[in-house]
Design a protein around this ligand. Structure first.
Ligand code: SUG
Length: 432
């Protein structure tokens, strides 16, 4: 490929070289069946909001506003589409159908694919054996309502990342649970440099399920051809406190790891290895006596998008506005800013409809580091495309879904039509 390179010794001359890699955030658009069915054991928000009235239209528009704000920061933004719900194929595989699904209704109709951090694990090209960017779709086998997401996700990944610079893999087989990027972090000098990939797994035995199995992480690391992956055990304490995914207690970006003191079972070994392999690493650890695990989980302080601002603006932490309402969390953030470290801006966003099901700003996005020109452009957005999506949402997404309606979601042809209207508006009819 020919393009102008201002960074190399041939400064500004058009020549053949590798294009710079960019982090793209692919946000899951909230589907029209978004509801509070309380389906996720161990996810305290999902359980405590079970039976409340949801607002699918507001939920989806909150997601659009978050994407617009990220575009305004100069970030590259992508989308993943809602899945076909209710999922007739899944019901058929269980020898039932929409008319007879009974207690399977909520799981068949869940809009949980919105949490794109659980869509796949991504290893950018500089880390992999064959120099391609590898994506492995997550099997999500631990929760029934999420276990049937992978075929719909895989279809989208195969379309969006059809270029030869990508390798898209199917799911790890059951019983090894895999929750995708929510349990995976990458540390590197900058996005285009080789990174250290961290896979955070849980051990069963606590009050709540440990959704990420070590064997699933190991299989993915092998499939991606990673030379030296790091497997880190999540602390039992974090899982028991409601951190059902690692991204509720830790987030990484380039050379910065931002984590709660109790995120990992053995932080000393992990931090030692990181410092040895990436001497410039900066570990920002939040001590439990400043912010308890309970406050971290209630505020979703760590379920933030930690992003590098273009133009040398340092990093920004895009976190849920709930963090402003937990005094100790906000105080700690103010101290962080005053300290003049790598995180220069704190940007609260309102994603409260998703938060009420345990999904903060980081849950809603899948990060892919690649050349944007290699991605199917239908999965990338600018303000004009977001306007088009918002118009479909405003016209077709229901304003509210009451608990009584949840039980009938499967018989909701309007939900199917709403999704199809969006696919048509985005010229993505092959996903119908
Ligand atoms: O898997 N909630 C999701 C939230 C996922 C958040 N993702 C990350 N942390 N990356 C889950 O528990 C609730 C659905 C319900 O209860 O209806 C739900 O599936």
């Amino acid at each position: 490929m020919h393009f102008d390179c201002a960074q190399c010794e041939r400064g500004g001359v058009a020549h053949v070289t590798k294009p710079p890699l960019v982090e793209i955030n692919f946000d899951g658009i909230v589907g029209p069946t978004h509801n509070y069915a309380g389906l996720s054991l161990g996810n305290l928000a999902s359980k405590s909001n079970a039976g409340k009235t949801s607002r699918p239209r507001a939920a989806a528009l909150q997601g659009i506003a978050k994407m617009r704000a990220n575009l305004a920061l100069g970030l590259t933004q992508g989308i993943l589409l809602p899945h076909r719900r209710p999922d007739a194929d899944w019901l058929a595989s269980l020898s039932t159908d929409a008319a007879n699904a009974g207690p399977l209704w909520p799981a068949a109709a869940s809009a949980s694919a919105m949490w794109a951090a659980n869509a796949a694990t991504v290893s950018p090209a500089p880390d992999t054996g064959d120099g391609r960017c590898h994506l492995s779709v997550a099997n999500l086998v631990t929760m029934p309502h999420r276990s049937h997401e992978w075929p719909g996700t895989l279809a989208q990944l195969r379309l969006a990342f059809a270029d030869d610079v990508f390798a898209v893999h199917g799911p790890v087989p059951a019983p090894f649970g895999d929750e995708g990027a929510a349990n995976h972090m990458r540390l590197c000098e900058h996005h285009s440099a080789p990174g250290i990939e961290l896979f955070v797994y849980g051990e069963a035995g606590g009050p709540y399920p440990a959704r990420q199995h070590r064997q699933a992480s190991a299989a993915i690391a092998r499939a991606h051809g990673l030379a030296e992956p790091v497997f880190v055990r999540q602390s039992d304490e974090a899982i028991a406190a409601g951190a059902f995914h690692n991204d509720v207690v830790a987030v990484a970006n380039e050379r910065v790891l931002f984590a709660h003191e109790h995120a990992f079972a053995d932080k000393h070994v992990l931090f030692g290895e990181l410092r040895a392999r990436l001497p410039s690493v900066e570990i920002i650890e939040v001590p439990a006596d400043a912010v308890s695990l309970a406050d971290a989980i209630a505020s979703y302080l760590f379920n933030a998008q930690l992003v590098t601002l273009p133009g040398g603006g340092g990093m920004a932490l895009i976190l849920p506005s709930e963090a402003q309402r937990v005094g100790r969390v906000w105080q700690w953030l103010e101290t962080l800013l005053a300290g003049n470290g790598p995180i220069r801006r704190i940007i609260p966003v309102d994603v409260r409809e998703s938060m009420a099901n345990g999904g903060g700003p980081a849950c809603l996005r899948l990060r892919v580091v690649c050349d944007p020109a290699s991605v199917d452009p239908r999965f990338l957005v600018d303000d004009a495309r977001l306007d088009r999506i918002a118009a479909v949402i405003a016209e077709h997404w229901p304003e509210a879904v009451t608990p009584a309606e949840i039980a009938m979601l499967g018989a909701w042809p309007a939900a199917v039509a709403a999704r199809e209207a969006l696919l048509d508006a985005l010229d993505l009819g092959e996903l119908r």
